[in-house]
Design a protein around this ligand. Structure first.
Ligand code: ATP
Ligand code: MG
Length: 659
C-alpha cells in the first residue's frame, strides 16, 4: 500500500494499538545527581520557552556557537516549506568543532580515539586534529576545490574520514559521504546526483579480516561520473593500486610539506554543509541537504542534553559516518561539544563476537550509542560475550534507527547497562539532522519501546489525515508542526520532490512518514512506517507491535511482519522470524509462535504465516526492508529497488522457505 492510499483510508484512528508496555524505569539517583538537566520542571521550562518564545530561546541557544557575525533573525519561515535559520550570521562548522576548543585550552584533550579492525590505534588531540584538517583543507584548495563545490567522501572508518568532512566544512565545500559498503553503482549514482567535482577515498579498509576494495569501486564508479576532476587516495591497507594519471593522487604525496595554517572560511548560516542520501528503507534514497548553523546547533545541543556529554566522558557512537548518525553523533555533535569520540573501523564480530565489549572495556567508554539491529544481533549471539568484559565504565546507553522491541530494550538495559545506565531511545531521521524525540537521561522515567518526549523546539504531534491532534493512545501520523534549526532545507536539486515528499500529505505540517501514538503521559511510541501498516479485516495494524510480541518469545531473536493479499481479510499477516542460537525452526514452534502472538496482543494480530529465516533483508544501515518482504510474501517474482540492500543472497533464501 502506498502512503497516499493509507492516508486516504476511512479511519480517523489510522493505526490501532494493541500492545501496552507497562514497565517503567526511573532514572537512577546517581545519574541525576550529576546530569546537565536534573528536574522535570527545568525541562518543561525550557520546552515551553522554545514553543512560546522561540526567537528568544534560539537567540540564547545560538550563543553556544562561535559566530564570525551574529545572526539577526533566528527563523525565517516566510516561504514555507523553505526555512532559513540564523540569517545574517556568519559561521564555520570546522572552527566550532576545533579552533574554538583549542582557544579555550582544550588543545591537548583527545578529540578522536581510533582503532582499526586489525588492532592498530591512533589518538588525535584537538590540536592534532585541527592540524590535519587544515592540511587537508589546503590540499583541497590546491586541487581546485572551491566553496560550494561538492566533494564525495568514500572512506573506511579511519581518522581521515572525519578529517575530510571537517576539511570540506572549513573551506565551505559541501561533502557527501557515501557509505564505504556501497558498491560502485550506488557510489556513481550519488556522485552524479550531487555533481561532485572530487572524491576522497582510500586504497581500502578492513572488514571482517578482509580488505574492502574502495579504490577499485571508485575506479568503476568514475567511469560514469563526468563531473569528477580529482580523486584523492588515502593509504590505509597499503596494497598497490592502479592510479589514473591526471585524476588520481596519493594523499600523502599531496600533503607532504603543505602548510597547517588554513583560516576557517566565515560562511553564511544557510551555506550547505552536506548532502546525505537516506538509507533507502522505503524506496529510492533522497539527497537530503543540511546547512551550517542550524544543523550544527541541533547536533551540539542534543549531544549536551541527550548524551549529557561532559569533560571526562569517552563517547562512542557505533554508526558509520556514511549515515546521518555518524555525521551528527560521531563527528559534528561530539566535536562541537569538545568531547572525546571513539571511531572503530571494523565489524562487531571480528575477531570474535565480543569486539564491542572489548573496546568499551579498554577505552573506558562511558556513553554508548548504537542501533536496534546491533542489539538484536548481540541478543542472538548470547550473553556470554558481554560477560567476558568489564563494562562498568558505561553510564548511559542510547539507541536509534528503528523502533526498539521492548525485549531488546530490557536486554540492553540489563546485560550491557548492568541495570544502572539510563537508555535514551532517540527518534530522528536523516531529514531532521538531530534527535527530535528522546528521554532526557537525568529526568525522564523510561518506558521500553517509547522514544519519550520531544526535544526543545520540536513541535511533535500525532495527527489524523486532516492534521488534527489525536487523543492519547490512538495511532496516527507523526508530524512536526513548525520548523526547527537542523531540519533539511530541500532535496538536492529537487525542490518539487522535497515538497511532495514531506509537505503535501498533511499540510501544512512536515510529515515524517512514521506512524505513532502518544500515551496519556505524553510519551511517543513510534509504531513503524505508515507504508508498512497492515490492514487486516478492517483493522490497521502497525508492524512494530506485532513484531515486538514475537520478539518477546524466548526463542525469537528478530521478526519482521508484513501484509500479504488475502481474499477474505484484505490482508493477512506474514511473519519472517530469525531464532536465537540453539532454537529449532520446526512446525511445533511455528504453531507456538502464532498462538503466542494471539495470546500476547489479540487474535486479530495472529500471523497467518510464519517463515523461519537465517537473516532478514536489511539496508546497509541495518534496517529491515519490509517492502521487499511484502513482495516476497505476495509471491512476486521481482521486487522493488534493491540498491541499498545489504545482502542479496538473503532474498534468494527467503523465496525458498515457504510455509
Ligand atoms: P528512507 O527514507 O530512504 O526510506 P530511512 O527512513 O530508513 O530511509 P533514515 O533517515 O536513516 O532513513 O531513518 C529514519 C527512520 O528510522 C525514521 O523515520 C524511523 O522510521 C526510523 N527510526 C529512527 N530512530 C527511531 C527510533 N528511535 N524509534 C523508532 N523508529 C526510529
Ligand atoms: Mg525516511
Amino acid at each position: 500500500m502506498t502512503t497516499a492510499a493509507m492516508l486516504n483510508g476511512r479511519a480517523t484512528a489510522p493505526i490501532e494499538s494493541l500492545l501496552q508496555e507497562q514497565r517503567i524505569f526511573a532514572p537512577p539517583a546517581e545519574f541525576t545527581a550529576t546530569a546537565r538537566l536534573k528536574s522535570q520542571a527545568e525541562y518543561e521550562r525550557l520546552y515551553r520557552q522554545s514553543m512560546d518564545q522561540p526567537e528568544q530561546f534560539w537567540r540564547e541557544m545560538s550563543d553556544r556557537l562561535h559566530w564570525s557575525e551574529k545572526p539577526t533573525v533566528m527563523c525565517d519561515w516566510s516561504h514555507p516549506p523553505f526555512a532559513r535559520w540564523f540569517t545574517g550570521g556568519k559561521i564555520n562548522a570546522s572552527y566550532n568543532c576545533l579552533d574554538r576548543h583549542i582557544n579555550h585550552g582544550l588543545g591537548d584533550k583527545p578529540a578522536l580515539l581510533w582503532e582499526g579492525e586489525p588492532g592498530d590505534r591512533k589518538v588525535l588531540t584537538y590540536r592534532q586534529l585541527h592540524r590535519e584538517v587544515c592540511r587537508m583543507a589546503n590540499v583541497l584548495k590546491a586541487q581546485g576545490v572551491k566553496t560550494g563545490d561538492r566533494v564525495a567522501i568514500y572512506m573506511p572508518m579511519i581518522p581521515e574520514a572525519a578529517v575530510a568532512m571537517l576539511a570540506c566544512a572549513r573551506i565551505g565545500a559541501v561533502h557527501t559521504v557515501v557509505f564505504g559498503g556501497f558498491a560502485a553503482e550506488a557510489l556513481a549514482d550519488r556522485i552524479n546526483d550531487a555533481k561532485a567535482v572530487a572524491v576522497i577515498t582510500a586504497d581500502g579498509g578492513w572488514r571482517r579480516g578482509k580488505i574492502v576494495e574502495l579504490k577499485k569501486n571508485v575506479d568503476a564508479a568514475l567511469a560514469k561520473t563526468p563531473t569528477v576532476q580529482r580523486c584523492l587516495v588515502v593509504r590505509r591497507t597499503g596494497q598497490s593500486l592502479a592510479m589514473t594519471a591526471g585524476r588520481d593522487s596519493w594523499y600523502h604525496d599531496l600533503v607532504a610539506g603543505v602548510s597547517d595554517v588554513c583560516p576557517a572560511e566565515p560562511l553564511d548560516s544557510e551555506h550547505p554543509l552536506f548532502i546525505l542520501y537516506t538509507s533507502g528503507t522505503t524506496g529510492k534514497p533522497k539527497g537530503v541537504v543540511h546547512t551550517t548553523a542550524g544543523y550544527l546547533l541541533g547536533a551540539l545541543l542534543t549531544c549536551e542534553y541527550v548524551f549529557d556529554l561532559k569533560d571526562k566522558d569517552v563517547y562512542w557512537c557505533t554508526a558509520d559516518i556514511g549515515w546521518v548518525t555518524g555525521h551528527s553523533y560521531t563527528v559534528y555533535g561530539p566535536l562541537a561539544c569538545g568531547a572525546t569520540t571513539l571511531l572503530y573501523e571494523g565489524a562487531p564480530n571480528f575477531p570474535d563476537m565480543d569486539r564491542f565489549w572489548d573496546l568499551i572495556e579498554r577505552y573506558h567508554v562511558s556513553v554508548f550509542y548504537t542501533a536496534p539491529t546491533a542489539i538484536r544481533a548481540f541478543v542472538k549471539w548470547g550473553e556470554k560475550y558481554p560477560q567476558r568484559h568489564d563494562l562498568s565504565s558505561l553510564r548511559l546507553l542510547g539507541t536509534v534507527g528503528e523502533p526498539i522491541n521492548p525485549e531488546a530494550w530490557t536486554w540492553y538495559h540489563r546485560v550491557i547497562g548492568g541495570r544502572r545506565c539510563p537508555i535514551v531511545d532517540t527518534w530522528w531521521q536523516t531529514e531532521t539532522g538531530s534527535i527530535m524525540c528522546t528521554p532526557l537521561p537525568g529526568i525522564t522515567a523510561t518506558k521500553p519501546g517509547s522514544c519519550a518526549v520531544p526535544f526543545f523546539g520540536v513541535d511533535l504531534a500525532v495527527v489524523d489525515r486532516q492534521g488534527r491532534e489525536l487523543p492519547p493512545n490512538v495511532g496516527g501520523f507523526l508530524v512536526i508542526r513548525r520548523p526547527w534549526p537542523s531540519m533539511l532545507r530541500t532535496l538536492y536539486g529537487d525542490d518539487e520532490r522535497f515538497k511532495q515528499q514531506y509537505w503535501r500529505e498533511i499540510e501544512p505540517f512536515y510529515f515524517t512518514g512514521d506512524g505513532a501514538r502518544r500515551d496519556a503521559d505524553g510519551y511517543f511510541w513510534v509504531m513503524g512506517r505508515v507504508d508498512d501498516v497492515v490492514n487486516v479485516a478492517g483493522h490497521r495494524l502497525g508492524t512494530m507491535e506485532v513484531e515486538s510480541a514475537m520478539v518477546a518469545h524466548p526463542k525469537v531473536a528478530e521478526a519482521a511482519v508484513v501484509g500479504r493479499p488475502d481474499e477474505l481479510k484484505g490482508q493477512a499477516l506474514a511473519a519472517f522470524v530469525t531464532l536465537k542460537a540453539g532454537a529449532e525452526p520446526d512446525e511445533s514452534l511455528r504453531q507456538e509462535l502464532k498462538a503466542w502472538v494471539g495470546k500476547e496482543i489479540g487474535a486479530i494480530a495472529r500471523p497467518d504465516e510464519v517463515r523461519f529465516t537465517e537473516a532478514l533483508p536489511k539496508t546497509r544501515s541495518g534496517k529491515i526492508m519490509r517492502r521487499l518482504l511484502r513482495d516476497i510474501a505476495a509471491g512476486k517474482e521481482t521486487v522493488g529497488d534493491t540498491s541499498t540492500l545489504e545482502d542479496y543472497s538473503v532474498l534468494a533464501a527467503l523465496r525458498q522457505d515457504r510455509e
